[in-house]
Design a protein around this ligand. Structure first.
Ligand SMILES: *Cc1c(COP(=O)(O)O)cnc(C)c1O
Length: 221
């Protein structure tokens, strides 16, 4: 199916209340433009330079969302325009996002990335660390940051019982933190091409879909 046809199919398939993030990382501007022409306005990228270049080239009504690990020294590159950072994974990164947001007179929306999977990946807070951070309350002082919810990548396995278990634990955590963070805390970003159906069943409000829309990714380019 073409990019436009996939966008149309997904947009009609997803329940209302679930936002589609079209993950365009590694794909050229022409691919983003095709999705844009099909009505897509929310795009996910994982490299700040690439996101910035696409932001410069494309119409300004696009919401550009950072989904990949973000180094503190790259925050400045995206602070003026990024609409949501899914991958806020340390107190230090949150402080830098706060400072850069204030520098450009914005409040930047973020999600706290949780390491929920049983994979070795170092990305995301360990649930116990995140509990301590949330209880500590430092986030309350960050006037340039609005914590909108949680994000995760599920365990990389074909065993959907494991994947569902990851998503269920995320939903439990999300409901618990919603009471602490209050009304702005409304986004649970989970589910990718291989598992978005399960994620939605478990309460995802945002799914990040790349290869289903844009096809295979060539990281050598
Ligand atoms: C690349 C990526 C996606 C999209 O993955 P697909 O399997 O291509 O849908 C989603 N989330 C994150 C964090 C990613 O890095």
């Amino acid at each position: 199916m073409s990019i436009a046809a996939e966008i149309t199919r997904l947009q009609s398939e997803l329940p209302c209340g679930v936002t589609l993030v079209a993950v365009s990382k590694t794909h050229p501007i022409s691919a983003v433009a095709e999705a844009y022409d099909a009505g897509q306005r929310v795009f996910g990228e994982s490299r700040p330079q690439e996101m910035r270049a696409k932001w410069e080239a494309m119409p300004k009504d696009i919401e550009w969302q950072m989904i990949g690990h973000l180094q503190t020294n790259k925050v400045r590159m995206i602070a003026p325009f990024v609409s949501l950072i899914h991958s806020a994974d340390s107190a230090r990164l949150l402080r830098v996002i706060d400072a850069e947001a204030q520098r450009v007179g914005r409040v930047i929306d973020v999600l706290l990335e949780v390491h929920i999977s049983s994979d070795e990946s170092k990305e995301g807070w360990e649930p116990a660390e995140l509990d301590a951070y949330v209880e500590g309350g430092e986030w309350r002082e960050l006037s340039g940051v609005c914590v909108r919810g949680l994000m995760c990548v599920a365990t990389n396995t074909d065993d959907m019982t494991v994947v569902r278990d990851d998503f269920r634990r995320m939903k439990t955590l999300f409901d618990r933190y919603a009471e602490v963070f209050g009304a702005d805390f409304d986004t649970l970003s989970m589910g990718m091409s291989s598992d978005y159906t399960e994620a939605i069943e478990c309460g995802a409000t945002m799914v990040r879909i790349g290869s289903t829309i844009f096809g295979y990714r060539d990281y050598t380019k």
